[in-house]
Design a binder for this molecule. Structure first.
Ligand SMILES: C[S@@+](CC[C@H](N)C(=O)[O-])C[C@H]1O[C@@H](n2cnc3c(N)ncnc32)[C@H](O)[C@@H]1O
Length: 468
């Protein structure tokens, strides 16, 4: 692997005698890891676990993930292991038992957003943001598959968050960076790297931090991370932030067996991941507290306010309410023909987000109402709040599941005129509609598997199911 010369020089200075081990590790294949969605999968797989998270596992090799229906069902997320350290940062510095408002500023494709969503209580709200429109769509897709009802996906520039001063209890800024930690996986990262680019990245990160700082509550927690090793984009940026603003660095407890390295610059602490010390890619994380006293969270002010979110019509609501388990936990909303549900406990805050930002997706999109016709939406199928009891459900084998996910015609015994929930290994994949003896495939076109199926389909090609 060809590494940029000035990168090598700098890493030699940074790592000293450990440089040779570091370079050897960079020649090895990157480990493959996944993080489970416990709302969907109860069992622990028979796989070695990622030590700093409760839900991360290493796989022996990189399988054909695309051909695992369980991935499309949102049962797990393919995520690089070091990044799962975010869980330690959150668990050790945030009280997760209280309702929180959390922002994941640089969210796409959704590794950290889905992880945060799994850690938060159901009364908390996560705003998963991505500035690039096409990437915000991918983020919304992954958040929808994950199925948490309390996430809003937004498509805004960091500076737009200034319109929500002192709003968030926790902010995660997983900043765009020079990507040195991805060198062994990503040829483009190696080719695009330059000292000049490192400087530009560091400046952009400072701008991003300044833009969102105002939206963090006094006493709130900012978690900053990158997948690069140079000091300019990491510790120096934290020290710079502490010079500009009233910010304190927080320490995390480390288990020495993890191999994570603690660093410090001007009193600002950071945590570094090197491939010769951990089973994961390059990563840096730091936790900062904005000084000041946070006010207690009160849900709703009691005053009548003009809301941007429109309640669903009583008639429509009555027709679809039993499509969710615990329908009373939700506020039912209508936007054009789409009826959706959002946890009542986050309604007021979600409305404030709608007033100020561009929301791409929110809560659970339940149904489309066209005149008297109601169509269940894909997000409902993927939501753990779906009330399966009110729908006809059919279990698919691997081949039919993959054909369904490719949006091909599938045939099932039956007749009538019914919405049918299709499942694989007990997990919903999406909807089909029986019309007479025909079955119409309602899998979202833009999400379909485009890859041709191999001649013989064996579960070992990959299904997480083989490890359960
Ligand atoms: C490291 S990636 C985020 C990965 C994501 N957090 C995850 O875990 O899946 C950084 C993201 O920042 C976005 N980004 C690029 N420029 C940005 C900017 N100026 N402000 C905010 N985000 C930006 C990129 O589009 C990219 O999605």
């Amino acid at each position: 692997m060809e590494l940029p010369i000035s990168f090598v020089e700098r890493m030699k200075t940074q790592l000293g005698s450990a440089y040779a081990q570091f370079e050897t590790a960079l020649q090895q294949p990157a480990p493959v890891s996944i993080r489970l969605n416990l709302r969907k999968l109860g069992q622990q797989p028979q796989l070695p676990s990622v030590p700093w998270t409760d839900t991360g596992y290493y796989l022996p090799e990189r399988p054909l993930f695309t051909l695992d229906p369980l991935l499309h069902a949102g049962a797990y997320y393919v995520q690089e292991a070091s990044s799962m350290f975010l869980e330690q940062a959150i668990r050790q510095t945030v009280n997760l038992d209280q309702p929180l408002r959390v922002l994941d500023l640089c969210g796409a494709p959704g590794g950290k957003s889905t992880h945060i969503a799994s850690l938060l209580s159901e009364d908390s709200m996560l705003v998963a943001n991505e500035v690039i429109r096409s990437r915000a769509t991918i983020l919304a897709e992954n958040v929808t598959k994950w199925g948490s009802g309390n996430v809003l996906v937004t498509n805004n520039d960091p500076r737009d968050f200034g319109k929500l001063p002192d709003f968030f209890d926790v902010m995660v800024v997983d900043a765009p960076c020079s990507g040195e930690g991805m060198f062994r996986k990503d040829l483009q990262a190696r080719q695009e790297w330059s000292e000049e680019n490192v400087k530009l990245c560091a400046q952009r990160q400072q701008r991003i931090l300044m833009d969102v700082w105002e939206a963090l509550k006094p006493g709130g927690i900012l978690i900053y991370s990158t997948c690069t090793w140079n000091e300019a984009e990491n510790e120096s940026n934290m020290a710079w932030l502490a010079e500009q603003e009233n910010a304190t660095s927080l320490s995390l407890r480390l288990d020495p067996a993890w191999g994570v390295e603690a660093s410090e610059l001007n009193g600002m602490k950071g945590y570094r991941f090197y491939p010769h010390q951990v089973q994961g890619e390059g990563f840096f994380l730091a936790v900062i507290r904005k000084e000041g006293i946070a006010e207690a969270l009160v849900h709703g002010s009691g005053k009548k306010k003009k809301h941007k979110l429109t309640p669903a019509g009583k008639k429509e609501q009555a027709l679809v309410a039993d499509w969710l388990i615990e329908p009373d936990r939700f506020e039912w909303l209508q936007h054009g023909e789409v009826i959706s549900a959002i946890p009542a406990t986050i309604f007021e805050y979600a409305d404030q987000v709608y007033q100020k930002l561009y929301v791409v997706y929110a809560g659970i999109e339940v149904a489309e109402a066209k005149g008297k016709k109601l169509k269940p939406l894909h997000a409902l199928a993927l939501s753990p709040y779906l009330n399966k009891a009110v729908f006809r459900t059919e279990e698919l084998d691997l081949e039919s599941a993959l054909r369904y996910l490719r949006k091909e015609d599938i045939s099932l015994e039956g007749s009538g005129n019914d919405w049918v929930l299709l499942q694989y290994k007990g997990l919903p994949l999406g909807w089909a509609k029986q019309i007479g003896n025909r079955m119409n495939n309602y899998y979202p076109k833009e999400w379909r598997i485009r890859m041709e199926l191999p001649q013989t389909l064996e579960e070992e090609l990959f299904s997480l199911g083989q490890y359960l």
